[in-house]
Design a binder for this molecule. Structure first.
Ligand code: TGC
Ligand code: FAD
Length: 393
């Protein structure tokens, strides 16, 4: 449905010169894949509220699933800037496609690699990297979203196995997942990660319908009714809330790059449209009000590009702290959301149609503002970091 994908880049300060040659090659290859495989079909899938499952194999082939995981386990052993670039290019296509890859890589593969046994790594990681298996991450519950530490999903030790009961909601990839990494409390209130496999008795993944956002992403619930799980499916090397929260650091880092991709696509679309659209005898790009919008968009994109590049350098050096990641996630999503709204206005009535990607990005970003920690929560993380005072409770 949407117009041809004419995007050719957006780098006002030559920030990409700070990247390596390998980074630029990754950008080119993912961009080409998105133009060929995502852009031509994504609007129809979003309009029909359906996940394009046929893209999974290709996402595996281009290395979008767990690119930082070592080659030995099916990953590519790439650095974090490469990971960010992949997320940027995927989200330039659609936030839902980036979400699919974020969850698989940062929220399922990362914890299995970081906290799993060697047996768990060998069993799951290569299949997740290729896309043969899909995974999802169950932290949020109906009554515990921003406050995951309050979760009530529990498991009981039953000798050879544990018995898991509870419910998770708003889970990306749940309806299509072969495995689910579920965070649950034991009898002593200690949070542990447990790998569930589709087909286990008492485990179901009902789909969430009627979303106006991330319509091309599959979202669902995880319902666990006395599911018997072998003890060997518990991640042995992490205990406590820091387990799931450390996975979020990686996913939030990816979103800080990804949201800029959506912003770049909207800026590029609006700029091209404004130069072509004639009103009052001249292109609307020649009116000061439209130039203000466009100039502010490229300024914000440039500031965000510099922030996430620096964050990537710190992350590669093992020096990026969670508060810096929160600031970058919050900033990128905020500027991207504003840019989608300004771009939509520049396109006038055409902006509300599926002929252009802008309104789809705008609706998608409403979810991105909320998931992986809401806009408010990330502000409070910055507030706590700079003042030393916790304003959450
Ligand atoms: P608090 O007492 O502060 O911390 C508990 C323990 O965790 C440690 N910690 C972290 N560790 C690693 N990375 C982080 N970012 C961490 N933040 C905290 C902390 O040091 C402590 O460790 P220890 O050893 O002392 O026990 O926890 P709190 O209960 O006060 O909560 C803090 C708060 C609100 C910041 C946190 O819970 C939070 O981030 N809430 C937001 C929840 C959230 O982001 N949920 C995301 C669900 S997943 C998702 O949305 C996927 S969308 C996927 C997609 O489609 O892309
Ligand atoms: P609440 O926590 O109820 O927050 C409601 C409002 O209150 C927000 O504005 C919030 O900022 C504010 N608020 C809350 N606490 C405070 C406070 N202390 N101070 C000030 N304001 C506060 N979760 C997963 O585990 N896995 C997934 O794969 C996943 N995918 C998702 C996909 C989509 C499309 C969506 C929409 C969500 C997804 N989530 C997932 C859940 C997401 O992480 C939560 O929605 C998010 O953490 C917020 O929780 P909540 O919706 O319960 O909102």
């Amino acid at each position: 449905m949407s117009s041809k994908d004419l995007f050719s880049g957006c780098d006002y300060f030559q920030v990409e010169e700070l990247w390596t040659e390998e980074h630029r090659l990754i950008r080119d290859s993912i961009r080409a894949w998105v133009k060929k495989e995502v852009s031509p079909i994504i609007e129809d899938y979003a309009q029909n509220s359906s996940f394009p499952k046929q893209l999974i194999k290709g996402l595996g082939e281009i290395g979008a699933f767990g690119p930082t995981i070592p080659v030995k386990y099916g990953g590519q052993g790439l650095d974090y800037i490469s990971y960010g670039i992949i997320m940027q290019e995927l989200e330039r296509g659609d936030s839902g496609i980036r979400s699919t890859a974020s969850v698989q890589g940062s929220l399922v593969m990362y914890p299995i690699y970081e906290y799993g046994s060697e047996e768990q790594r060998n069993k799951y990681l290569p299949k997740l990297a290729s896309g043969e298996w899909m995974g999802c991450f169950g932290l949020t519950e109906p009554d515990h979203g921003s406050n995951p530490g309050g979760m009530i999903t529990r498991y009981k030790d039953q000798g050879d196995f544990v018995e898991l009961t509870g419910a998770k909601m708003w889970i990306s990839n749940a309806p299509i997942a072969d495995i689910a990494l579920v965070w649950a409390k034991d009898e002593n209130d200690i949070i542990r990660g447990i790998i569930l496999e589709r087909g286990m008795e008492g485990f179901t993944t009902p789909e969430t319908h009627h979303k106006w956002s991330l319509r091309a992403s599959a979202t669902g619930e995880l319902v666990m009714d006395h599911v018997k799980v072998p003890k060997s499916n518990i991640l042995p090397n992490v205990k406590g809330l820091k387990g799931p929260l450390s996975c979020l650091n990686s996913a939030r880092f990816g979103i800080s790059w990804g949201a800029i991709g959506a912003a770049m696509d909207c800026y590029d679309t609006a700029l091209r449209y404004a130069k072509q659209r004639i009103q009052f005898g001249k292109p609307i790009a020649g009116f000061q009000l439209q130039q203000k919008k466009l100039a502010e968009m490229i300024t914000e994109i440039t500031k965000a590009q510099l922030m996430v590049w620096r964050l990537g350098v710190l992350k590669n050096e093992g020096r990026a702290n969670p508060s810096q990641i929160s600031m970058a996630k919050r900033n990128s999503v905020e500027i991207a959301s504003q840019i989608t709204r300004e771009a939509r206005q520049i396109l006038g009535g055409m902006g509300i149609t599926g002929e252009y990607s802008v309104m789809r990005h705008m609706m998608n970003l409403e979810s991105v503002l909320t998931y992986e920690g809401t806009h408010d929560i990330h502000l409070l993380i910055t507030g706590m970091d700079i003042t030393g005072l916790d304003a959450f409770k």
